[in-house]
Design a protein around this ligand. Sequence first.
Ligand SMILES: *Cc1c(COP(=O)(O)O)cnc(C)c1O
Length: 241
Amino acid sequence: MSDPQQGSEQIVSNWQRLLAEVNEAATKAGREPASVRVVGVSKYVDAATTKLLRQAGCQELGESRPQALWDKAAALENLDCHWHMIGSLQRNKVRRTVGLVTLIHSVDSQRLAEAIAAAAAETPAGQVAGLVEVNISGDTNKHGFAPAELLPALEQMAPLGGLAIKGLMTMASQGSSPEQAQSEFAQLRQLRDSLREQGLPAGISLNELSMGMSGDFPQAIAEGATIIRVGSRLFSHQPDT
Ligand SMILES: *Cc1c(COP(=O)(O)O)cnc(C)c1O
C-alpha cells in the first residue's frame, strides 16, 4: 500500500480532496461538515510519511497495532497529534497505550474494558475515552459485541471510572459493496437510537458513531457517522475527476 517515493504533494492533495468529499457528503445529508471527524489511518506507512500527513493538516491519526502507535507517537511527539487506537488491543499492551491516545475505538470485551479502566486510572488524566465495538453483520471472525449483548455490556462498563464510553464503532463486512455497508451503518445507528430509548446506563453517552473507511465513508456520513477512519486513499494515487 505504501509507496516510498510518494511525496508530500500527493498526500496534501489527497487530504484536501478527502476533506472536500467529506464536506460534500455531510452537506448532502443535511449535516454540518464539522460534525464529522476524520481520522487518518497511518498503518500503511512509516513514521516519516505519517509526519507528511500530519503536516498536510491531519491531526487525528489512527493505528491498528499498539506497537506501531507507540513508535509513531514517539516519533511525532512534538507535532500535537491526537492518536486513535482502532485495532484490537491485547490486555498486556493496554498500560503503554492508555496515556498516549485520545480515543480507543476497539473496546470489544468486558475484560479489556476493565484492563483499560484500571490502567487509565493511573494516568494523569485518570480516564480514557472509548467506543464499544459492535459486530453488526454477525461475521464470526470479527471482533465486537453482538447487538443483543450490547446493553448488558454497557451496564457492566458504566461503573468503570477509568473508561468513559462515548459511542459505538463498527466495520462493514469484508468485501461489502457501499450499499451493503450503508445498510450495516444504518443498523448501528438504529441500535444506538433504540438503546437511547430504552435508557442508557448512567455515565454513558453514545454520541459518537465511528464507521466508514476509504470505500464507504460517504455512506457512513449519510447514516450519521461522527468519526470516519480513512487510510488507503490518503496514500494512493487518486485519479483526476
Ligand atoms: C485499516 C483500517 C481502516 C482504514 O481502512 P481503509 O480502507 O484503508 O481506509 C479503518 N478502520 C480500521 C479498524 C482499520 O483497521
